[in-house]
Design a protein around this ligand. Structure first.
Ligand code: TRP
Ligand code: SF4
Length: 342
């Protein structure tokens, strides 16, 4: 059989990757291991067409009383994205609220999402009492998974890198999109997850790391904060005196060494701790210098962007414009499926 003429051989369309991070403050290392590091990896594989957003509407569902922080946090997030390796030339980096089509699609999808589906989502069900107590038992928060579905669908995202904790949300997204396809005889892609294995991260105080405990480690801390954080870390409580041998497995300093230090340094800690060969001060100093070295380049890159608001603005503007073009295209397809083109 003869081969197809070269002129017809179109390059295969690249699969779409879409994801984002909710804007709630400066990124911590949980955001990095759970999301950003994977975004960078997927971008650099070069086989995907990537869209990554700073999700400020999702931040608003809980931050609506202190909205003044949301814009600076959003800029900080985009600077952080770039500092840690997302490239605005390779990926489309956008701010959710700057692409109003998300909200238009949200409203369309809201009509075809049964309340029961949302009521069953564990992130809603299990947090209802807490939400009532802190005044976030609201429609925006209830509709969180619908907006998230609109985020994905507006770019016709096919692969969604998320942490395992987002499984239920993505399942709802698939159901809503399936329902859309069924009602309007459309063929929009049902997204599938690309799970990120998130290590259990130690909090600075030895408990599990959680924003609500206030024990998180920032992704790009300045030197002073880093010093403070390392000093805050709790060591093996049994190791009272310098000459007492310790157990690194119960020490949060060691937990952080596992994230930031080389195998060689790890065995130095292991050995030294168990034999009282090193003191906790030495151990913390080593950790400080390892984190400091690893975060130096991104820290400088981030600072450069934040100190040059014109440059950052132009990057954000260009990303949002690129995103908007695609979102408008999708909305056109969606309205024509619905026969609702006025
Ligand atoms: N819910 C995600 C988070 O907690 C953020 C998010 C919003 C998102 N929209 C999305 C993730 C769409 C993936 C796809 O950070
Ligand atoms: Fe923790 Fe290091 Fe002290 Fe051991 S030496 S208890 S690992 S800080």
């Amino acid at each position: 059989m003869s081969e197809a003429p070269v002129a017809e051989a179109k390059p295969p369309r690249r699969q779409r990757v879409m994801s984002g991070i909710r804007v709630t403050g400066p990124l911590h290392i949980g955001n990095y291991w759970g999301a950003l590091s994977n975004f960078v990896k997927l971008q650099n594989e070069g086989t995907y067409d990537c869209f990554f957003g700073a999700m400020d509407w999702h931040g608003m569902t809980t931050a609506y009383k202190s909205t003044v922080d949301v814009a600076p946090w959003t800029r900080d997030m985009i600077a952080e994205f770039i500092a840690w390796g997302l490239d605005p030339e390779k990926s489309t980096l956008f701010v959710q609220s700057r692409v109003p089509e998300h909200i238009e699609l949200f409203m369309i999808l809201a009509n075809l999402t049964p309340m029961g589906w949302l009521e069953r989502v564990t992130t809603w069900k299990d947090a209802e009492e807490e939400a009532k107590a802190n005044d976030t038992h609201n429609l925006g928060r209830f509709g969180y998974p619908v907006l998230q579905t609109a985020d994905i669908l507006i770019y016709r995202g096919e692969k969604v890198p998320i942490g395992k904790d987002q499984t239920a949300h993505l399942e709802i997204s698939r159901e809503i999109i399936r329902r859309f396809n069924h009602i309007y005889k459309a063929k929009l892609p049902e997204p599938t997850p690309l799970f990120t294995d998130v290590p259990v991260l130690p909090g600075l105080d030895g408990r599990k790391m959680s924003k609500s405990y206030g024990n998180t480690m920032l992704l790009t801390p300045d030197e002073k904060t880093l010093k403070k954080n390392v000093n805050m870390m709790v060591t093996d409580p049994q190791r009272v005196r310098r000459e007492d041998p310790g157990n690194p497995e119960v020490c949060s300093v060691y937990g952080y060494h596992k994230l930031y230090s080389t195998a060689e340094d790890l065995s130095w800690v292991e050995q030294g701790c168990r034999t009282a060969g090193i003191g906790c001060g030495d151990c913390k100093a080593k950790l400080f210098s390892n984190i400091d070295a690893l975060t130096k380049e991104p820290r400088e890159k981030k600072k450069e962007l934040l100190n040059n608001p014109k440059l950052l603005d132009s990057i954000i503007d260009a990303g949002c414009e690129k995103a908007r073009k695609e979102a408008q295209k999708t909305l056109g397809i969606i309205r024509s499926c619905m026969k609702w083109s006025t």
